[in-house]
Design a binder for this molecule. Structure first.
Ligand SMILES: [Zn+2]
Length: 332
């Protein structure tokens, strides 16, 4: 298993006290080595302006360059601006493009510094400067490939839904904390579900059991029906009980077992798989919750406590949501 990684990913640094610290990825890589996870890192170039323009507007690209030169103002109220932000953001997009190349060549590719699903074409938002997965999907579409993106970061993948939610060549699925209780507040409701855009909002404090149930009810039958050429996964772990940016309570075991389901799909359909990091901000938990997923995908075992979160029973509500979504999506 190969991870697109180099030290330039640490340039995406929103400040010492900000969850998006630049050393997030380096610390994860070091933690993976400590845990004995087997992987290789692969160097990559930054994304080009042409790549960025596959998803973003020319006006926004010029704005980011100007902020990058000046060091101010912020990109948006919740996305800081700083000197060099253009370069920093293009490196993280470049890593996702390399992860896609790895997936197409070798079956699986990983970029921990990706999954910036809140960025809109005309502006960055929610800590996301450029939509790396949005750009990757645009490139894959140009190659004539049918893409599925499955996102289980704790927040709704609103930027991806906005651009690709109505596109039948791109299947979008998002599991997230109920948007009445968490950013982005306005989207991610089950009522938005259609045949090729599925939203599963989980009630606050939902745990591994609820997450695994929802995932295994929706993703395998959807892959079977849609037969995508490539699967992008936003494996955000801010739904782990340690993480303060959301209020889910998914254990490492939940992430491990969902990783196992993905490993099974990859084997059954020989589908190239791209894993991007998304959220998760409390060390070492975010690194561990990524590590268990990558271990599941590459058939490795790590000695970590998997049953590390407690949660109340939210199954009935989740079952109702899943039933509703299946009906709207036409799933069996
Ligand atoms: Zn998130």
């Amino acid at each position: 298993m190969k991870i697109a990684y180099n030290e330039n990913l640490s340039l995406l640094h929103f400040g010492e006290d900000h969850p998006m610290r630049g050393d997030r990825y380096q610390r994860a890589i070091e933690r993976f080595r400590e845990l004995g996870l087997g992987f290789e890192t692969v160097d990559f170039p930054p994304a080009s302006e042409q790549d960025i323009l596959l998803f973003h507007t020319k006006d926004y690209v010029e704005k980011v360059k100007e902020i990058s030169r000046r060091g101010y103002p912020d990109i948006s109220p919740d996305t800081p601006g700083f000197k060099g932000i253009w370069e920093a953001a293009t490196w993280s997009v470049g890593a996702t493009l390399m992860a896609v190349e790895l997936a197409l060549k070798e079956g699986i590719g990983v970029n921990l510094a990706g999954g910036w699903h809140h960025a809109f074409p005309e502006t960055g938002r929610g800590f996301c400067v450029f939509s790396d997965t949005g750009i990757a999907i645009a490139r894959l579409k140009k190659q004539g490939l049918k893409v599925m993106i499955v996102d289980y970061d704790a927040h709704h993948g609103d930027g991806i839904q906005r651009v690709y939610g109505k596109d039948p060549r791109v299947i979008t699925v998002s599991f997230h904390q109920h948007p009445s209780t968490l950013y982005p507040y306005l989207t991610g409701f089950v009522e938005e579900t259609t045949r090729d855009n599925i939203n599963i909002p989980l009630p606050p404090l939902s745990g591994a059991k609820e997450f695994e149930f929802a995932f295994s009810q929706i993703v395998p039958p959807l892959v079977e029906r849609e037969a995508p050429d490539i699967l992008l996964v936003e494996m955000g772990v801010d739904g782990h009980c340690s993480c303060y940016v959301a209020n889910l309570s998914i254990s490492k075991g939940g992430y491990y077992r969902v990783g196992k389901v993905l490993a099974g799909l990859r084997e059954k359909y020989s589908i190239p798989l791209v894993m991007v990091g998304g959220g998760g901000f409390v060390y070492p938990h975010y690194a561990d919750a990524w590590a268990v997923q990558l271990a599941a995908l590459s058939g490795q075992n790590l000695s970590l406590d998997l049953d590390d979160c407690s949660s109340p029973d939210r199954m009935e509500e989740v079952k109702n949501t899943v039933e509703r979504a299946k009906k709207l999506a036409g799933l069996p």
